[in-house]
Each structure stands twice: as C-alpha cells, then as structure tokens.
Design a protein around this ligand. Structure first.
Ligand SMILES: [Zn+2]
Length: 214
C-alpha cells in the first residue's frame, strides 16, 4: 500500500450508501477534510500493519495470526468482535444509531507462492498446504492490503461517527483463494447471528458481489 488509495476507495464506496447524516456545501468540505486528516494520522500505522501482514502470510483456513490481529485492531477501533466464525473468520460490529447496515469484507488468506520481490518485508514463510506439502507462502493477491484497508476504514468511520448513522459489519473472510471461506462463514450464521446487511462491499472486482468468492 504505497498510498491510502485502497482506503479511500472503500470510503468512497461507503459514500454511495445511504449511511450519511447529510450535510452539503461547506460542511461537506469539512467532512472531506476530516477524513483526509484522519488518514494522514493513521497512514504510517496502517502501512506498518500492511507490511507485518505481508511478511507473515497464512494459507486458507490457517489464518490464525492474521485473524487475531484483525480482531485486535477492530476492537481497538471500538467494534464488538466475534472470532472463529466459519473457521478463522472474524466479524466486527459497530452500531451507531438507526440507519442501514453495511457489510465490508476483507479476505485474509495468502497463496502457495514463493516470494521473489526482494522487498525488505518480503515473506520467507513456508507452511504445509492441505495436501501436507511444504510450500512457500506469499500475499500475492493483496489480501494483506484488504486487511489493512479494512482496519483503516474502521478507524476513519468510528472517528467520524457523528456524521453517519447505521451499523457497520466488518468481516475478515478466510479461505477465499480456495473458494470455501464465504460459504463457511454463511454456514456459521454470518447472516443470522449478526446484523443482516442492506449493502455488502468488498475489494476490486468483487464490488457489489458482496459475499461471493472469487
Ligand atoms: Zn484473492
């Protein structure tokens, strides 16, 4: 994450929902400034989080450390967090008055790929895959950025909570790369044990597809 662009994309996507308390003209300008100001404050910490997650990738349904870190960060932002939903999944809920319920999803698992980027924070991780094979592991699909962006969005949204009303459901989904984590979370009651979303947002190509696996 060289820039807060992924974070801004998520916040802009949230802006497309009917979450906002309103405000136009100069107050909207002040609103934008409040968001940018908060991102400026958080960006170094988020970049550090991104690098830590990048350096410690975990395979599908083995996302123990990543899930624990995401849970800790969401709690730190004021969310009520439930862990081990559908295996290693994380669900954070932030209730902020009457309004729509918005689900935002981050994937958490990495791929069985040996990292050759030469970056200072490159992964040297090796793990056993589902077949028991020893494989190199890398965040080659950007799920490290998914998690860092979700945490950043949580920090910004709670910081500006006087500007919107509704409920946020932020999830860390396991095992997206093997197409199994979304179903595992649904089977474990994602839509019945937690507030049911009016909108679901996720990264990139999954915008508006919500809970689907790639
Ligand atoms: Zn992916």
């Amino acid at each position: 994450m060289k820039s807060p662009s992924a974070l801004i994309v998520l916040i802009v996507m949230l802006a497309g929902t009917n979450l906002w308390a309103g405000g136009a003209g100069s107050s909207r300008k002040a609103f934008g400034a409040a968001i940018e100001n908060k991102i400026d404050i958080e960006i170094d910490s988020l970049l550090g989080l991104y690098k830590q997650i990048h350096a410690q990738p975990e395979l599908a349904f083995q996302e123990e450390k990543t899930a624990a870190r995401l849970a800790k960060e969401l709690r730190g932002a004021g969310f009520a967090v439930t862990e081990k939903v559908g295996g290693t999944g994380v669900v954070g809920v932030f209730k902020n008055g009457n309004g729509p319920t918005i689900l935002v999803r981050a994937d958490m698992d990495a791929l069985p790929i040996v990292e050759q980027t030469g970056l200072a924070y490159a992964s040297k991780m090796r793990l056993r895959d589902r077949d028991g094979l020893d494989v190199g592991v890398m965040h080659a699909c950007g799920h490290d950025m998914n998690v860092a962006s979700l945490v950043g969005t949580a920090r910004v949204m709670t910081h500006i909570k006087d500007r919107w009303k509704g409920t946020l459901v932020f999830i860390g989904q396991p095992a997206e790369e093997i197409g199994a984590g979304a179903k595992a979370m649904l089977d474990d009651g994602l839509l019945t044990k937690f507030p049911r979303p009016d909108f679901a947002l996720a990264k990139g190509e999954q915008v508006n597809r919500g809970l689907g696996d790639e």
